[in-house]
Design a protein around this ligand. Structure first.
Ligand code: FES
Ligand SMILES: [Fe+2]
Length: 344
């Protein structure tokens, strides 16, 4: 694609609603009986949690006569009751009750999306043709970790552009100021999943002055375009952390990017970090998690201006040292309906 940055031409040649699991928010922020209006894949939707605790995602506009079910809709058992004529819709979208005393009309069926909860987060499966989920999300082993710590931005970009960062080795040094970047294992592609492993050095600064450096080794897993994990270890500080990168398309051309972090300090804390043992264990963990999360937020913030303004150039003019961008892009094609894609 030859989009001119700054022009009104679309910046992405691929559909704005990729196939896959996409995050809708934190489980703890949706109580039983709660109904929330969201934007998802360019549509207005309602996310609700039944009184049985099961979450469901439904088109906001009632299939009966179009009332907005996020404006006065009420959870009844595991169903959602529309505010206009009190038809009730089950989590699968079927109309299960009307106040008229007759059989509910079969045609009154709301569009729904499969929903799952993993690691205290709610995800919806999207397929433009309504096909069932073709892969699962992993449950991260977070026992003994502090978290989840979470933050979300609304960005003018596409999940593929954000996810491409995982293989864009060239920007690690320029945008994030990492150095001595190593590829610890070659990129592995396994169906809808992709695996990477890198290491890098980074400066430790105090009051604007460089006081040392640490080395981070990490493995990354990408499960579709809406869910990436990074498992990282900073040996000098004894800190292990699990990161999630969760971009979800909302309104056309907009993506909510949520990041989530769990942190586990090494109980033996090496080097100068041993001084932290002077603090009570709970406070020590919270303090380490707080600063680790600030650092994570800061790292992601460094990418935002690029993402919000770049165009997708394909084929890119790659140079040695760029990382496996071509393989990543070929892998991405499975997340779009084939007829919606330009030829490679
Ligand atoms: S518009 Fe929803 S029940 Fe009539
Ligand atoms: Fe980045």
């Amino acid at each position: 694609m030859n989009a001119t940055p700054g022009s009104l031409a679309p910046r992405f040649p691929f559909p704005l609603d990729p196939i896959g699991w996409f995050c809708l928010g934190l489980s703890a922020e949706l109580r039983p009986g709660q109904v929330r209006t969201q934007a998802f894949m360019g549509r207005e939707v309602v996310l609700f949690r039944g009184e049985d605790g099961v979450p469901a995602l439904m088109d906001a506009y009632c299939p009966h006569m179009g009332a907005h079910m996020g404006k006065g809709g009420v959870v009844c058992g595991s169903a959602l009751r529309c505010p206009f004529h009190h038809f009730e819709f089950a989590a699968d979208g079927s109309c299960v009750r009307t106040p008229y005393g007759h059989e509910p009309p079969r045609a009154a069926r709301a569009r729904t999306w499969p929903v799952c909860e993993v690691n205290g987060l709610i995800f919806a499966w999207h397929h433009p043709e309504g096909q069932a989920p073709s892969f699962d999300l992993p449950n991260l082993p977070t026992d003994g970790f502090s978290g989840p710590h979470s933050h979300a931005w609304m960005l003018r970009t596409h999940p593929q552009e954000i996810t491409e960062n995982s293989v864009d080795v060239g920007h690690f040094g320029v945008v994030h100021r990492y150095f001595d970047v190593t590829e610890n294992a070659p990129l592995v592609v396994d169906g809808p999943r992709l695996f990477v492993a890198y290491g890098f050095g980074r400066a430790v600064e105090a009051m604007g002055l460089r006081v040392g450096a640490v080395r981070t080794e990490f493995t990354g897993q990408v499960h579709g375009l809406g869910y990436s994990t990074v498992d990282s270890y900073v040996k000098q500080a004894g800190i292990r952390s699990l990161h999630l990168v969760l971009p979800t398309p909302t309104t056309p051309g907009q993506t909510e990017l949520r990041i989530v972090l769990w942190v586990r300090p090494d109980p033996t804390l090496p080097g100068a970090a041993r001084l932290l043992h002077l603090l009570p264990a709970g406070l020590r963990t919270r303090l380490i998690a707080h600063f680790a999360f600030l650092g994570y937020k800061n790292d992601v913030s460094q990418d935002i201006e690029i993402w919000e303004n770049k165009a997708y150039i394909h084929p890119p003019a790659l140079a040695k040292g760029d990382g496996p961008v071509g393989r990543f892009r070929a892998w991405c094609r499975q997340f779009y309906a084939a007829e919606a894609l330009p030829t490679a």
